[in-house]
Ligand binder design. Sequence first.
Ligand code: HEC
Length: 276
Amino acid sequence: MIRVKFSALAFAAMALVAASALAALAQDEAEQPKPPRQDWTFSGMFGIYDKAQLQRGFQVYKEVCSTCHALSIPFRTLADPDGPGFTEDQVKTLAATYQVTNAEPNEKGEIFKRPATPADLIPRPEAYPNDQAAAATLGKAPPDMALLAKALKYERGFPWFVFDALPGLEYQEMGADYIHAILTGYTKPDDLQWNLYYPGHKIAMPQPITNGAVDYKDGTPPTLDNYAKDIAAFLSWAAEPNLTERKRIGLRVMIFLFVFATLLYLTKKRIWEWVH
Ligand code: HEC
């Protein structure tokens, strides 16, 4: 009888612990919601980047984010036909509007500035020559955007973390979803450094972009949601410019394997034909 009571008690205690753990999880989820999944043209086996979208994303970077964030990629990559696909001339003209410090001094030994060429890296924001200067003004240094889309990872919770732990199966568009979520997550109009999706909510970046801030030339509605999608897509490309090529190769390998397997099967049938 005592034993029964004891096990009933143990059971009740366990149920209580489990219930409070679940409640804590639910509370966590409510306070720190996961970035909602977006549709990306570059997701899935056949997904590729949308050139027009990446060009708009670059415009958002150039007109807004580049005030604070570096993007350490060479100008010439902007002509990538699998990426933004700007023409060589457009890239040359764009590069020439920036001034960079020449790597070598001139014959008088002076360091000098010159217009950038497509081979140069996009220069850092003028206002912040280094991370210390940026942190001194902004409270925290804005991360370089070249690899940002790949670096931003978050826990997706059960059961997804099982897949995310396996190389090749992990959800690839996490960074893009997160960037979109951050830009649309300033939901307290009286606190421009409160963000629904930033861990702990207090973010050093004040709301950087709102409806109508960038003037699109291709008729895409100038909404915050579109800006967020376009810059997230652009930064995904910047962090992973070889994605399209990799998928193309993957597809060819699959087709090859399929043809090869069919041939093997037919050969096997032919060789063993006489065995009945
Ligand atoms: C006024 C300067 C400023 C501008 C403009 C700005 N940012 Fe930031 N950004 C920051 C700072 C500072 C941080 C570091 C914030 C932190 O970790 O608290 C940051 C961090 C971020 C992060 C990382 C958040 C994280 O979880 O680590 C993303 C993503 C981001 N910015 C995107 C953008 C995009 C996209 C734009 C352009 C639309 C932009 N930022 C414009 C200052 C800026």
